[in-house]
Design a protein around this ligand. Structure first.
Ligand code: HEC
Ligand code: HEC
Ligand code: HEC
Ligand code: HEC
Length: 217
C-alpha cells in the first residue's frame, strides 16, 4: 500500500540523513545512545528506536517508534510519606524500559527478535520501588500538598550545557503528557540538552543540582 508521507516522516527522514554529519557535543553521536558502535545497529543511529518504515503506530509519545515494547507490569515506588499518586509507568517511560528493564533485547526492533540485552549496570529491572518515583502527575496541587516541592508551573529551570541550553518552567521542560514525571524528566535520550559528564542528565548531578530543580530543601 502506498500513501503520502506525513510531514513528521519527512522531517525524520531528513534528520536521519543529517545524523551522519553531526558529531559534536550536544548530539547523540558519541553518546551512550550512539548505537553505531554495536554491530546489531547496522551502523544506523536512530533505527533501534525510530523507523518510518516499520513504526508502531499505537505509540504517540515518540514519532515512528520501532523498538519492541516490554509487556512487564512493574513493582511501583511506595512509601508512607509519598503524596503523589504513582501509577504504572507512562508510555514515555515504557519506551525507555523497552530496553532498560532487561526483559526485551536491545536489538529487538523492526519486528525482529534480538539477542543482545542491556548491560547489568544499565538495567533498572522491573522493580521500580528502589528508583525515583515515576508515572504520576506533578502539578501545583501536589507541590502545595508536599510543602517541599517547587510549583512546577512557575519554577524556572535551565537544561543542557555549553551552546545547547533551554530555559523554561519545570512543567514545560521536565514534565510530559499532561504534567507526568517520567524518565525523560531527568534524562535526555538524544543527549541534546545534557549537563555533566555522565548519565544523559538534563541538569547535572553535581551538588545534587538535578534534585534541587524540583525539591525545595
Ligand atoms: C534510544 C532510543 C532513541 C534513539 C536512538 C533516538 N531517539 Fe528520538 N526519541 C526517543 C524518545 C524516547 C523520544 C520521545 C521524547 C522524549 O522522551 O524525550 C524521541 C523523540 C524524537 C523526536 C520528537 C521530538 C522530540 O525530540 O521529542 C524526533 C524528531 C526524534 N526523536 C528523532 C530522532 C532521530 C532523527 C534520531 C537519530 C539521530 C533519534 N531520534 C534517535 C528515543 C530515541
Ligand atoms: C534501543 C534500546 C534503548 C532504549 C529504547 C533506551 N536506551 Fe538508554 N541505553 C541503551 C544502551 C544500549 C545503553 C548503553 C549501555 C551500556 O553502556 O552498557 C544505554 C544507556 C543509557 C544511560 C546511561 C548513560 C551513561 O552515561 O552511562 C541512561 C541514563 C539511559 N540509557 C537512559 C535512557 C532513557 C531515559 C531512555 C528513554 C527516554 C532510554 N535510555 C531508552 C539502550 C536504550
Ligand atoms: C528524578 C530523576 C531521575 C528519574 C526520574 C530517572 N532517573 Fe535515571 N538516573 C538519575 C540519576 C541522578 C542518575 C545517575 C547519573 C550519573 O551518572 O551521574 C541516573 C542513572 C541512570 C542510569 C545509569 C545507571 C548507571 O549506574 O550507570 C540509567 C540506565 C537510568 N538512570 C535509566 C533511567 C530510566 C529507564 C528511568 C525511568 C524508568 C530513569 N532513569 C528515571 C536520575 C533519574
Ligand atoms: C522533575 C522534578 C523532580 C526531580 C528532578 C527530582 N524529583 Fe524527587 N520527587 C519529585 C516529586 C514531584 C516527588 C513526589 C513527592 C511526593 O509525592 O511527596 C518526588 C519524590 C521523591 C522522593 C520520594 C519521597 C517519599 O516521600 O517517598 C525522593 C526520595 C526523591 N524524590 C529524591 C530525589 C532525588 C535524590 C533527586 C535527584 C537525583 C530528585 N528527587 C529529583 C520531583 C522531582
Amino acid at each position: 500500500m502506498t500513501r503520502d508521507k506525513t510531514a513528521l516522516e519527512l522531517s525524520i527522514a531528513a534528520a536521519l540523513l543529517l545524523a551522519t554529519h553531526f558529531a559534536e557535543a550536544g548530539s547523540i553521536m558519541g553518546s551512550p545512545h550512539d548505537f553505531t558502535v554495536y554491530n546489531w545497529s547496522g551502523g544506523q543511529v536512530c533505527i533501534a528506536c525510530h523507523n518510518p518504515q516499520s513504526a508502531n503506530t499505537t505509540v504517540t509519545a515518540a514519532p515512528q517508534w520501532n523498538h519492541t515494547l516490554s509487556a512487564q507490569s512493574y513493582t511501583l515506588y511506595s512509601t508512607a510519606s509519598l503524596k503523589a499518586n504513582v501509577n504504572q509507568p507512562g508510555m514515555r517511560s515504557k519506551l525507555c524500559l523497552s530496553c532498560h528493564d532487561g526483559t526485551v533485547a536491545v536489538d529487538s526492533f523492526g519486528g525482529a527478535s534480538g539477542t543482545q540485552y542491556i548491560s547489568r549496570a544499565k538495567n533498572v529491572g522491573v522493580t521500580l520501588k528502589d528508583d525515583h518515583p515515576i508515572g504520576f502527575v506533578y502539578d501545583t496541587a501536589l507541590a502545595n500538598l508536599s510543602g517541599t516541592l517547587f510549583d512546577p508551573a512557575s519554577k524556572s529551570v535551565t537544561i543542557g550545557s555549553g551552546g545547547s541550553t533551554q530555559t523554561g518552567t519545570i512543567s514545560s521542560l521536565l514534565l510530559y503528557d499532561g504534567g507526568q514525571l517520567e524518565c525523560s524528566s531527568c534524562h535526555d535520550v538524544h543527549n541534546k540538552y545534557t549537563a555533566g559528564s555522565s548519565g544523559l542528565m538534563k541538569i547535572g548531578s553535581a551538588g545534587s543540582a538535578i534534585c534541587m530543580a524540583c525539591h525545595n530543601k
